[in-house]
Design a protein around this ligand. Structure first.
Ligand code: RIB
Ligand code: CA
Length: 307
């Protein structure tokens, strides 16, 4: 399965990148970056750093450095000033591709008709691609995104970060007609990294010790900001769905995005009781088999040792 991972590394984005590379079921055609957890310069550097750590030959394309309309927001309280604090990772060496992320997505979709887009950050690049290349929208095979929430947000009571960072972009994507699988906070908070997973990560070897350090930092910010022990591994839920959908329970719903509400700006409005009668435009992940998730997660990541 061919994918493009559109991300804002970001600790959990980093593990989504590694999980996709470690999974033989997936051909990662490219990583595109967007402003989100940190500024574009940082998210792009962080993507290159993670790929370089394991000498992974996948190109990185920088995308949008601000949302479609609203002001830029970033998340240093969660991911640190650099966007990937917590470990002394060797500096990125690979170049940033000259092509803009949106044009890379277009060129890839012109070449292949079975590409899955996997956004794990704000949806600005995806929406701008749809605005600039409307004739190519129908060539997107599937979008599997981390974002939104059914019952709660994390930036406001109603809105999750990826959507809140660019609600207008998210609305374009959810209304695009492209098949969507959505990993909301309700499911990502079921796959929480604890001390046990940090310990297991260190056992995989020296480079994984650095990844464990990243998890320790990520856990510490969730403890400080949200008061919870353990950190949800949000973004890898997208990649894990692609390789093992059977470990998730899903249901088809109508989902739209609030772009006007004073208290609800950026909310993904999930029509759980199908009261709107509108098209069921998203397959929403509701439950995850946590044990299977982490068994598979470590089984896949351990493949990187041999790479
Ligand atoms: O709300 C969680 C999402 O926001 C994740 O994608 C995380 O990386 C941040 O981008
Ligand atoms: Ca992310």
């Amino acid at each position: 399965m061919r994918i493009i991972l559109d991300c804002d590394p970001g600790h959990d984005d980093a593990f989504a990148i590694l999980l996709s590379v470690a999974s033989k079921e997936i051909e990662l055609l490219g990583v595109t970056t967007v402003v989100g957890n940190s500024y574009l310069e940082n998210t792009t550097k962080n993507a290159r750093t993670v790929l370089d750590l394991f000498d992974i030959d996948v190109p990185v394309f920088a995308g949008c450095d601000k949302p479609l309309f609203r002001n830029v927001i970033v998340a240093p309280d969660i991911h640190g000033k650099s966007g990937l604090e917590g470990a002394q990772l060797p500096p990125a060496k690979r170049p940033i591709e000259r092509l803009h992320a949106v044009d890379f997505i277009a060129q890839t979709l012109e070449k292949y008709s079975d590409v899955v887009l996997v956004p794990t950050g704000p949806l600005t690049n995806i929406a701008l691609f749809m605005i600039r290349y409307p004739h190519l929208i129908k060539r997107i095979a599937l979008i599997v995104l981390m974002g939104g929430g059914i019952a709660f947000g994390n930036v406001t009571p109603a809105a999750e970060f990826n959507i809140f960072a660019d609600p207008e972009a998210a609305k374009i994507v959810f209304q695009s007609g492209v098949p969507i699988v959505m990993a909301p906070l309700d499911v990502t908070h079921q796959v929480v990294v604890t001390e046990e997973e940090v310990r297991k990560m260190r056992l995989l070897g020296a480079k994984f010790d650095l990844l464990a350090d990243l998890l320790v930092f990520f856990k510490s910010t969730y403890k400080r900001v949200f008061g919870i022990e353990g950190v949800p591994l949000h973004d890898p839920c997208t990649v894990m769905y692609l390789i093992h959908p059977e470990i998730f329970e899903t249901k088809d719903y109508h989902v739209d995005v609030e772009t006007k509400g004073e208290l609800t700006y950026g909310q993904t409005v999930v029509d759980v009781w199908r009261t709107t009668g509108k098209t069921l435009n998203a397959k929403v992940m509701l439950r995850a088999d946590r044990m299977r998730f982490f068994d598979l997660f470590f089984e896949k990541l351990s493949q990187l040792r041999e790479a």
